[in-house]
Design a protein around this ligand. Structure first.
Ligand code: SF4
Ligand code: SF4
Length: 452
């Protein structure tokens, strides 16, 4: 018996010791002797009963080599064994807004829009893949540009997949990533089937948002329009995920944003989630886990500031990490996941959408021979990239919830996908866990965390 390699041990203060196991995604509060034992302090010992309790919760394992085999199995199964075909589709690069920092219009032709014919190819491609791998479901993300600009094709895609998945008796789950300014009750009704949540973006305080989120004719005042969209979605039983973009110019006014959301009834609602997104380096940060990286860009007092404001509105900003096989860090490492651009080209990374030298396949005309080989190797570069291949990762407590980090970021920083990228985990995760716990304490809910 020995302590798991994948425990994060956090001394919150001289009375509070936390242990988080990344393989199980489980948090416990410990006594000091248990903490010392898990930390492997010289001479630290526990009675058999306590060790057995820790073992049944994953904090102690029979042997670390067996534990590593267990993690390796799950990392592999996550890549090759999850039978859901998962497609994000750029319905259009066009957008009704002109946010100054947006990278999409800078690197793509803004008028490129998915046609009804290409949408039929996409559905055919999804069906082929479902048959090939015996998938039990389809996950579709409607993405842009602004997806509601191409509502007609969005409707067609959802309807075709509804008919298909119903006939096959498999699940369809959809997500929409939207700026929230074109949502209407009719549009929600059209896209309702399988719709789990819509992600809506705010720029922080209403005042700052309305300066930044402007339309082509410099129209202002979109903040409250977006809140109206959120109300419509919640009324229809659809979740809302707020992505609040943090700008160094405005972060101190974030309380105004919380106040406005709260007053509109779109903050403390069981169907509402919220995260912050740093915009300083948007092309190198996947929104999937952007939450974890603001310490890199922003000072710890910013973290403390957000935490205090969110706590005042009874909102726990922090979630506990989960192993990637339960909550993917990069979902594109799965072999059945890709993002498709309006010309029908497939990519394996959201930061690479539309880049000619990153194409991993097509949904229509097959690529010619040599290009097909290159595309396949780009695809495998993402799928086969695993923490198991990097000694530093195999030795790292975060490995089950990090899995070597973001490949795109690794390439941007170190010049190759074939290496690990620690920035979003190291130094940040213990803060996340401690803040999560401190929130529960403040809210009088800390008894939810087991004490060992
Ligand atoms: S490689 Fe990185 S940027 Fe690309 S999809 Fe994965 S997590 Fe996101
Ligand atoms: S990338 Fe870094 S933080 Fe992530 S598992 Fe590897 S060593 Fe750990």
């Amino acid at each position: 018996m020995e302590p798991s390699k994948f425990n994060s041990l956090i001394e919150v203060d001289d009375q509070t010791w936390l242990a988080f196991n990344h393989t199980q995604g489980r948090l416990i509060r410990t006594s000091e002797p248990v903490f010392r034992y898990l930390r492997q302090d010289p001479g630290a010992q526990l009675d058999e009963q306590t060790v057995a309790r820790l073992r049944s919760r994953g904090f102690v394992v029979e042997s670390r080599s067996k534990e590593l085999d267990y993690v390796a199995h799950h990392l592999s199964n996550f890549r090759f064994g999850r039978p859901v075909v998962n497609v994000s589709v750029v319905l259009t690069y066009a957008c009704n807004m002109r946010c100054p920092y947006c990278y999409e219009t800078a690197s793509h032709p803004p008028q490129t829009t998915l046609t009804p014919e290409m949408a039929r190819h996409l559905v055919a491609d999804i069906k082929r893949r479902v048959d090939e791998v015996g998938a039990r479901g389809v996950a579709l993300t409607l993405y842009g540009g602004e997806p509601f600009v191409n509502l007609k094709v969005a409707r067609q895609l959802v309807e075709d997949l509804r008919v298909y998945t119903t006939a096959q008796r498999i699940e369809l789950e959809t997500i929409i990533i939207s700026n929230g300014t074109l949502i209407t009750e009719e549009a929600i009704a059209d896209l309702r089937y399988g719709l789990k949540f819509v992600q809506l973006t705010l720029e922080g305080s209403p005042q700052y948002h309305d300066q930044v989120r402007v339309g082509p004719d410099n129209t202002k005042g979109t903040f409250y329009r977006i809140l109206e969209s959120a109300k419509m979605l919640l009324k229809a039983g659809i979740g809302v995920q707020w992505r609040i973009q943090i700008s160094p110019a405005d972060w101190r006014s974030i309380g105004d944003c919380f106040e406005a959301l709260n007053a509109a009834g779109v903050l403390r609602h069981p169907n509402v989630r919220l995260y912050f997104f740093p915009i300083l380096d948007i092309q190198s940060v996947c929104s999937a886990k952007s939450f974890a990286c603001y310490e890199e860009y922003f000072s710890p007092d910013m973290l403390e500031h957000f935490w205090k404001i969110a706590t005042a509105y009874q909102t726990n900003l922090f979630r506990l990490p989960k192993p990637v096989w339960e909550s993917p860090y990069c979902s594109f490492v799965n072999m059945n996941t890709w993002v498709v651009d309006p010309s029908g080209r497939k990519f394996k990374c959201v930061a690479e959408i539309g880049h000619d030298d990153a194409v991993c396949g097509t949904i229509g005309e097959p690529l010619p021979g040599p290009e097909r080989t290159r595309a396949r190797s780009r695809e495998l570069r993402v799928i086969n990239r695993t923490a198991m291949d990097y000694a530093e990762c195999r030795d790292c407590e975060y490995m089950p919830s990090c899995d070597s980090g973001c490949g795109f970021r690794a390439a941007a920083i170190k010049g190759t996908w074939d290496t690990n990228s620690c920035e979003m985990h190291k130094g940040v995760v213990p803060h996340q866990i401690a803040y999560y716990y401190k929130y529960l304490q403040q809210a009088g809910e800390s008894s939810r965390i087991e004490v060992v």
